[in-house]
Design a protein around this ligand. Structure first.
Ligand code: VG1
Ligand code: CO
Length: 543
């Protein structure tokens, strides 16, 4: 046999976070680090013998090396077949779509998403289950438990596979099929949206600009927008995936997608702009001189879903993560559909989508998606918006401001304090947790606390409980402040402060967001003593 069993010792830090295991590339390059985690995944799967799995990543530095190692380990762990994306490439939503279309057992997705890439950047790995979605906590915990006691891993001694040619190969008994990672995804998009009507829009006077931020969606966006939808070549900017994302931070927000922001807020701005992140699951939507908050985007898509062929019969329900604004809740109420509030991270939407309780899902962190896959999906959101614009003939700004006139406006912003010292950040959270039970009824200036808790979620489908998901403080006027620590960062801790206020009066919708939220921003400091615990006077990123 060519299977080697290699002795190893555990690493204590292989606990998956909000979306898989994310660490600096140099951490993954330690001898046995990747192997230990991959063996812990294979060891935790039941019934994977002879099964098909999907494998691909966002193309960042170390993607190719990791894929070669995982293929050889899969062969040694009795996997029957691996479908791997050409060049090792697969966006996160495409991986989800491919797992579902091929009825695969699961998949391994290599990505650190919006974290910078390159030798000095980050790398990541996560496991997705049969429904195409991120493994639920039960499985990620089992993987972590195994990683703490691992003694050996199995690997097949074989040559590297040529990832750049569509073909079917073998490693021992296992088949490796190198597939086109774009075609199945593009087809799925064509089945959901009115491509003819979007094509007509894009070939007229309407101008759009798509920023792929040198990351994985470049390949997808060129095929879909430039080829299939006939938008001019050059519509996709930063469209060649690079291992270090051109040195940038592939996070589609007003701070990091500045190339695109400069264009949409500059002279002769196009009608529509969009960006996506490292692994293609996030999206930012811009109009001419106009920014759509992700929370508003979810609400707008929900309100207009029946304009889109894939959703013409209406929605089962809508789901949003807890820190996401309540804008979608108001739409759900009007439509008479259920609205679910889940902890942060896409893994919590899977059960709701599988059970036909929700059709659309969204997070404030530039994530939107639906039951077409089990991940959030950046280009899907862009196409959804284009389909709405094509159907209504309205501008992005008109759609959003008219939406506010009907439902009121939820002013919303997130303040991130990145890479602060871990211990004091945890103390800040512990202090808040200790405070919540005494807060209701308390008065702060003009605000009275309505409720305060550390969010706990009981999954309505399988009854599983997830505790300590973030401290939320709601006020009697409908405003809210949420505090939580990031589960995707790789340096120190990142404190996220989520701020929201509600304004029903259309005459007051034109105020600058940070200005509208100023009293709450001050209140967040007063309650949480952010400066004292983090030594930071200002957040590092405001979205
Ligand atoms: C962040 C976002 C969360 C998102 C997660 C993964 O998590 O806040 O909404 O689901 O990233 O997105 P955290 O724990 O750092 O707040 V991605 O595009 O990085 O897979
Ligand atoms: Co992502």
């Amino acid at each position: 046999m060519d299977i080697r069993t290699v002795p190893t010792t555990p690493f204590s830090d292989q606990k998956p976070g909000t979306s898989g295991l994310r660490k600096a590339v140099t951490v993954f390059q330690q001898p046995n680090y990747l192997e230990n985690f991959v063996q812990s995944i294979f060891g935790s799967l039941e019934g994977s013998q002879g099964a098909t799995i999907v494998l691909g990543g966002d193309g960042r530095y170390y993607n190719r090396q990791a894929i070669q190692i995982i293929l050889k380990m899969a062969a040694a762990n009795d996997i029957g077949k691996v479908l791997v994306g050409k060049g090792g490439i697969m966006s996160t939503p495409a991986a989800s779509a491919i797992i579902r279309q091929y009825k695969a057992f699961g998949g391994i997705v290599l990505s650190a998403s919006h974290n910078p890439g390159g030798k000095d950047g980050d790398f990541g790995i996560k496991y997705n289950i049969t429904n195409g979605g991120p493994a639920p906590e039960k499985i990620t915990e089992a993987i972590f438990e195994r990683s703490k006691v691992i003694e050996s891993y199995k690997i097949f001694d074989a040559e590297d596979v040529n990832l750049d040619k569509l073909s079917v190969l073998r490693i021992g008994e296992m088949a490796v099929e190198v597939i086109d990672p774009v075609e199945p995804y593009a087809k799925l998009m064509e089945s959901l949206f009115d491509f003819a009507s979007i094509r007509k829009l894009l070939q007229g006077d309407f101008k759009m600009c798509m920023d792929s931020m040198h990351a994985v969606t470049g390949t997808y966006a060129k095929e879909i927008f430039e080829k299939r939808l006939g938008a001019g070549s050059g519509t996709v900017m930063n469209g060649t995936p690079l291992e270090d994302f051109g040195g940038g931070h592939p996070d589609p927000n007003l701070v990091y997608a500045h190339d695109l922001v400069d264009i949409l807020f500059g002279e002769n701005a196009p009608d529509f702009g969009a960006a996506s992140d490292g692994d293609g699951d996030r999206n930012m939507i811009l109009g001419n001189n106009f920014f759509v908050t992700p929370s508003d985007s979810l609400a707008v898509l929900t309100a207009n879903a029946t304009l889109v062929p894939g959703y013409k019969d209406g929605l089962f329900g809508v789901a949003r993560s807890m820190p996401t604004s309540a804008a979608a809740d108001r739409v759900a109420e009007k439509l008479g559909i259920d609205c679910y509030e889940t902890p942060t991270g896409w893994k919590f939407f899977g059960n709701l989508l599988d059970a036909d309780k929700a059709t659309l899902c969204g997070e404030e962190s530039f994530g939107t998606g639906s039951n077409h896959v089990r991940e959030k999906d950046g280009l899907w959101a862009v196409l959804f918006w284009l389909n709405i614009l094509a159907e209504t003939g309205k501008s992005v700004e008109d759609i959003v401001t008219e939406h506010w006139q009907i439902y009121g406006r939820n002013f919303y912003s997130r303040h991130d304090y990145e890479a602060v010292a871990k211990e004091p950040a945890m103390k800040l959270m512990d202090r808040l947790r200790g405070m919540v039970k005494d807060l209701p009824g308390k008065q702060f200036g003009g605000y009275t606390v309505d409720y305060a808790d550390d969010f706990s979620y009981t999954d309505p489908v399988d009854g599983s409980v997830s505790n300590k998901q973030g401290v939320r403080i709601g006020f009697t006027d409908g405003s809210r402040i949420v505090f939580r620590l990031s589960g995707t960062g790789t340096k120190g801790a990142t404190l996220r402060v989520y701020l929201e206020s509600y304004e029903p009066d259309a005459g007051k919708h034109n105020v600058d967001t940070q200005e509208a939220l100023k009293p709450l921003i001050d209140l967040a400091e007063e309650i949480a003593q952010i400066y004292q615990y983090t030594q930071r006077k200002e957040p590092t990123v405001i979205t």
